[in-house]
Design a binder for this molecule. Structure first.
Ligand code: NAD
Length: 482
């Protein structure tokens, strides 16, 4: 069955102004499961006008009432967790344990936003001068645009819009056109939870709708997550149009294994990080650096583990790794591997010819491992976003950290060690925003900021945590004398 995705504007499902659509597929079978419309600037404008009209009423709704809508949504999401996870596996491909985890991580953001009356509190100081007091209020700003990627189509929209609406703003969300079906179900739950019409609007599409959001004069701010190339374009274009922007980009994450590491912990964490979600995570490890004697052990054990990973339909509990999102993305990942081989890197495990019996039209790439990758090769510098690992060796921790510092990205990194001193020094020197100590996927929970540095992030306030409240509000300071 193929679902026709629709825009959601002013509390109504509606079509768009022209008939061009893209196909949504099940990446495990290659079969069509939906069609998504491509919204134009006029469709974006219609959604912005709905959000603008809803803003005064929603802003004046008391914050505990706004929170109550989110409490109801949280319960509904809990109730529908398994259906959402199954649909998510069907349109994204990642295995069911991972989609259950993703839905849970999304719910945690709704949960966190439920605390909005406390989270929005301002500051007061009495007697800042003779008979004068001062106080600050956090106020919403207006309409926000939220533009999200394909790899976490449930969780990433929930990094933003619950905080935007909890603080009293209204939103136009533009989900990824590659897997828009699960968030469409979430909108049904949002309606059931009682969010008033126009507070959250959804437009589907690609570049044209993103550009219209960046340029629209009635949008006050934009939250974006995607590849670094587009993150930078969106950051520049939307900020040039006078908006506040937080724009999260791609990654190339290093994992450093010291000789004193617990190798069982390091192996589990490195293989889970690199091959989980078929490598399509901004927190996925992509380069392991084994220091001294750790190199041979982690390499041999990684190769064993990677060779035993079972590919298949993510709905089957026995599957370890699903497909990548599309045929085009599979071809892109394979072309990186081809380039690595052409550049002379040692390919120790080759996933290019992977297939799954009965699902030959799925978008498969098997676990792939390169060794001793020279730092100037494209497989060392660029984000591949697939199940491809490089394993390098370093004499000591300084050499390993030096390799990591050579990367243009700064999203996440990990160290594996039993030395508190080495871990502390690593944290101090890393210069990277999300750091794992004996953890392979250093994912901050909802109450901490999520976002990188260097080419992985454009802006200053990150997703989630206190930054989300600051991003979606302006502080208004009052100085009073009576
Ligand atoms: P993408 O950049 O292709 O698309 C992201 C969004 O931008 C989508 O909504 C898409 O429709 C839109 N878009 C695509 N091309 C555009 C263009 N030329 N102009 C304007 N808009 C455009 O990213 P993706 O492939 O969907 O997602 C994967 C990327 O997202 C990876 O690079 C990954 O590292 C990154 N990501 C980063 C984080 C983070 O926290 N930093 C989290 C998840 C994903």
């Amino acid at each position: 069955m193929s679902t026709m995705v629709q825009n959601y504007v002013g509390g109504e499902w509606c079509g768009v102004s022209h008939s061009e659509t893209l196909t949504v597929t099940n990446p495990a079978s290659g079969g069509e499961i939906g069609r998504v419309p491509l919204s134009t600037g006029a469709d974006v404008d219609k959604a912005v006008q709905a959000a603008k009209s809803a803003y005064p009423g929603w802003r004046s709704t008391p914050s505990p009432e706004r929170a109550r809508v989110l409490f109801r949504l949280k319960s509904l999401l809990d109730e529908h967790k398994e259906d959402l996870a199954q649909l998510l596996t069907t349109e994204h491909g990642k295995v069911i344990a991972e989609t259950r985890g993703e839905v849970q991580r999304g719910i945690e953001n709704v949960e966190h936003a439920c605390g909005i009356p406390s989270l929005m509190m301002g500051d007061t100081v009495e007697q800042i001068a003779e008979g004068i007091d001062s106080a600050s209020w956090r106020q919403p700003i207006g309409v926000f645009g939220v533009i999200t990627p394909y790899n976490f189509p449930v969780m990433i929209p929930l990094w933003f819009w619950p905080y935007a609406v909890a603080t009293g703003n209204t939103v136009v969300l533009k989900p990824s056109e590659q897997d828009p079906l699960t968030h469409q179900k979430i909108i049904d739950l949002v309606e059931e939870a009682g969010l008033p019409p126009g507070v959250l609007n959804v437009v589907h599409g690609g570049r044209e709708s993103v550009e219209a959001i960046c340029d629209h004069p009635d949008i006050a701010g934009v939250s974006f997550v995607g590849s670094s190339k587009v993150a930078e374009i969106v950051y520049r274009r939307a900020s040039a149009a006078g908006k506040r922007v937080q724009s999260l980009g791609g990654a190339k994450n290093y994992m450093i294994v010291l000789p004193d590491a617990d190798m069982e912990v390091a192996l589990d964490a490195c293989s889970g990080s690199i091959f989980g979600s078929t490598g399509q995570r901004c927190l996925a490890g992509s380069v392991i650096v084994g220091v001294g004697d750790a190199h041979t052990e982690i390499r041999d054990r990684m190769l064993d583990t990677a060779s035993s990973i079972r590919l298949g339909d993510g709905l089957e509990e026995a599957t370890d790794m699903g497909p990548v999102i599309s045929a085009a993305h599979r071809d892109r990942v394979v072309s990186f591997i081809d380039q690595g081989v052409a550049d002379g890197a040692k390919l120790s495990l080759d996933g290019r010819d992977a297939t799954v019996e009965g699902l030959e039209n799925g978008y498969w790439v098997g676990p792939t491992v390169f060794e001793d990758v020279s730092p100037d090769l494209s497989i060392a510098t660029e984000e591949i976003f697939g199940p491809v690992a490089g394993i390098n060796r370093a004499r000591d921790i300084d050499e390993a950290v030096g390799m990591m510092h050579g990367s243009l990205y700064g999203n996440a990194c990990s160290i594996f060690t039993t030395s508190g001193k080495a871990a502390r020094e690593f944290r101090y020197q890393a210069g990277i925003s999300m750091i794992g100590v004996n953890i392979g996927v250093a994912a901050p929970m909802a109450f901490f900021p999520f976002g990188g540095s260097k080419n992985s992030f454009f802006g200053d306030l990150k997703a989630q945590g206190k930054d989300a409240i600051s991003f979606f509000t302006d502080q208004r300071v009052v100085i009073s004398r009576w």
